[in-house]
Design a protein. Structure first.
Length: 367
């Protein structure tokens, strides 16, 4: 297993709990030193964060946020001081121009003869207020990077369109679950009672559970709908379910073996709103998926052989696709096997870590 011999710092604005395992695995393969520099989210953000790592060192940043909504900026106090203390060979930053502390950190690394890599979703079109200012900040940030890691192939294409050389772009397909081990547990060819639809994720308005309730209500034969998760929009989601599909079952947040039992019970996974990592986890448990298009990470995971990609916020499309999917249990079983294969062979946490280590060894060679 490839490792990196230098000392590494990764900067992120916050550490969502689902990301901790990625950084711990990277740390395990950087035996000479790994530090993660992160702070706290804004008060209005519904982000469940991790506060420690089992491998590597977590250094707390003093995050100061300015403005609200999508136009916010973040200053992370102590960034350069942390670099001076740790003396890294490589720095990986969140490739987001909102962080106004990043340029000083990049300048410090370059002044010491060290390179800096970015990691991000891509470079989608910028619109709204202060368009030229935001475009210039982004272009200046990208120009200062020595390589970049994209979550998705779409993101890589967007970076290339911004002038990034192809040989300096690395694609680490977004994943939270490791490669599944062993063989996929068998399910009966036919449905065992009403078909079971599963949703797993944080309960937030952007997940568009309201569409899922309406789509289920429109089905000729009422499916079993299981909602796994908790979050700030739970009260709203429960009220929507009562109004649209009272048969929906809310079971709260589940983890480990408890969550695995719900994956085993399900025939189909549906994510009607935004998200990405929950898709890969469902696929690793052998489920076909129905997913709304989003930031590009969905495009890498969902193919005609294992699921359906839908236009966002399209109730008719979701209703019709759900009806089509539930019409053939045997087809769903075949598609579930393909989901399992994709996550076992192509897109999983282990492969994601491999890309980061490969990038470090190519971009940040230790003398």
């Amino acid at each position: 297993m490839e490792s990196y011999s230098g000392k590494v710092v990764i900067q992120q604005r916050v550490l969502p709990s689902y990301r901790a395992s990625l950084f711990e695995e990277i740390a395990d393969r950087c035996p000479n030193g790994f530090s993660l520099f992160v702070g706290e989210p804004r008060e209005e953000e519904a982000i469940k964060t991790a506060t420690s790592l089992t491998s590597g060192r977590l250094v707390k940043a003093d995050n100061q946020h300015f403005f609200r909504g999508k136009y916010y900026f973040c200053k992370q106090k102590g960034f350069v001081e942390m670099l001076e203390d740790f003396q890294p060979d490589a720095l990986i930053i969140e490739a987001n121009p909102r962080n106004i502390s990043t340029p000083s950190a990049i300048n410090w690394m370059h002044a010491h003869g060290k390179k800096v890599s970015g990691w991000g979703l891509g470079a989608p079109p910028i619109n709204g207020l202060f368009t030229n200012f935001r475009k210039n900040r982004r272009q200046k940030l990208y120009a200062s990077l020595d390589s970049i890691v994209s979550y998705s192939q779409r993101g890589a294409d967007e970076y290339r369109s911004m002038g990034f050389p192809k040989n300096k772009i690395f694609v680490a397909y977004n994943a939270a679950a490791p490669a599944p081990k062993g063989s996929l547990p068998k399910k009966p060819i036919q449905f065992n009672g009403p078909p079971a639809i599963l949703f797993v994720g944080r309960l937030q308005s952007r997940k568009r559970l309201d569409l899922l309730f309406k789509a289920c209500a429109a089905q000729k034969d009422s499916p079993k709908l299981i909602i796994v998760g908790d979050g700030p929009a739970k009260t709203e989601a429960v009220a929507q379910a009562q109004a649209e599909y009272p048969a929906a079952i809310f079971v709260g947040a589940k983890h480990g073996k408890d969550l695995a039992e719900y994956y085993q019970q399900a025939d189909l996974f549906v994510l009607p709103g935004t998200g990405g990592l929950a898709i890969q986890q469902a696929m690793a448990n052998g489920l076909p998926v129905i997913v709304a298009q989003g930031d590009g990470t969905q495009d890498d995971l969902v193919r005609p052989e294992n699921g359906w990609l839908l236009p966002p916020n399209d109730l008719d499309s979701l209703t019709n696709t759900l009806s089509d999917a539930l019409s053939d249990a045997g087809r769903l079983r075949v598609m579930g096997k393909e989901s399992y294969r994709i996550t076992k062979e192509e897109i999983n946490l282990d492969k994601m870590v491999d890309v980061f280590i490969n990038m470090l060894n190519q971009t940040h060679k230790v003398k």
